[in-house]
Design a protein around this ligand. Sequence first.
Ligand SMILES: *Cc1c(COP(=O)(O)O)cnc(C)c1O
Ligand SMILES: [Zn+2]
Length: 429
Amino acid sequence: MQSILQCMDCSRQYPIDQIIYNCDACGGLLDVTHDPDRLRETVSRELFDSRLGSLDAPYNSGVWRYKEMINPDVADDLIVSRPEGNTNLYNTPRLAQWAGVKKLYLKHEGENPTGSFKDRGMTGGVTQARVLGVSRVACASTGNTSASLAAYAAWAGIEGIVFFQNKQIALGKLAQAIAYGATGIQIDADFDRNLELVREVAEALDIYVLNSVNPFRLEGQKSIVIEIIQQLRWQVPDWIVCPGGNLGNSSAFGKALHELYELGLIDRLPRLAIIQAEGANPLYQSYQHGFDALRPVHAETIATAIKIGNPVSYAKAVRALRWTNGVVEQVSDQEIMDAKAMIDRQGIGCEPASACSLMGVQKLVSKGIIKPHETVVGVLTGHVLKDADAVIGYHQNTLDGIQAAYPNRLHQSTADIQSLRTILEPQPA
Ligand SMILES: *Cc1c(COP(=O)(O)O)cnc(C)c1O
Ligand SMILES: [Zn+2]
């Protein structure tokens, strides 16, 4: 059987090459579903291990190494890959100590070609755009999705269209989208409204939507957890912790873990912890009420990548949390920026939203939910240079409402040895 599109709520099925984002019958979100019998016959730890270090496309990609679980029937020459993935999994003992656990790894998705995990989804989405033969793709974005879409559309030779909010967009992300040649439109509306607009315009003008409502993106993002577990020699950590904004990534993690378990590639499930910013916490609020309902919020946070009040993949994220006995936590902007400074100071670096992972671990340990002896993998979603303003503002202590706990002040000197001596001479203890 070929892979199909399937409604997560009513199970209605659609052909894999139909352009559709929500179920016609009930409005539910769609999954790309692969034939489990066929998968069971083809995939194994050995197969995926045999492709490690491959120099040839598509298996040189940390997404397409797992092609059978991503998009098995696509012709190799249609795959649009930079190639992405193959990001480092850092063992970080000093941060483990800071967070209060014995073993902490950080998976750095900022090491992808355009500096965020969005590339793993975009290779899936733009490849499907090519399979479908469309010539224009579009997304609304808080920044990283547009940077990624712009790059992958350019690489594929099709037009990329990106809708931005006209304020509070991190400069690195905006610069990338323009540089890669996308058609960029700034709109006086927040992300949630821009997403509605992009879907209306796309429908009217026959443009393929590559927001994370597009299930082929989530298939690509599954590779983050598959790769983590392969890097751990197929040993399952106790926890995987990631930031939650539109909740596409959390959803993809849940689906990947569920499938790995069903296929026997792992023998137990890690628990998923999704961390939201306090000012953009609709999933956290719903979690507090037993997932009774999603109540959209007006989002405000310095972590612009997760400044989302009405997450599209809410239902899939709830499913992921149920599959993995997961938890949701929230952290303040102050906590996010201090945790980020800790990550940056290790020489690793990440953008603000990514630091939710580390801050979330510390908070969940202090609440006794994560136990000190447990093995934790935190996902760093974006690169430190994405939001240089946040870095400089933090260390100069000019960010609104944030008092830097770990500032690294820049020194000023006149051009003479005496002045330099005053700065650099070791201070008596
Ligand atoms: C997109 C993004 C997120 C949020 O991911 P969702 O899938 O929307 O929950 C977090 N961090 C960074 C850096 C991102 O680009
Ligand atoms: Zn349905």
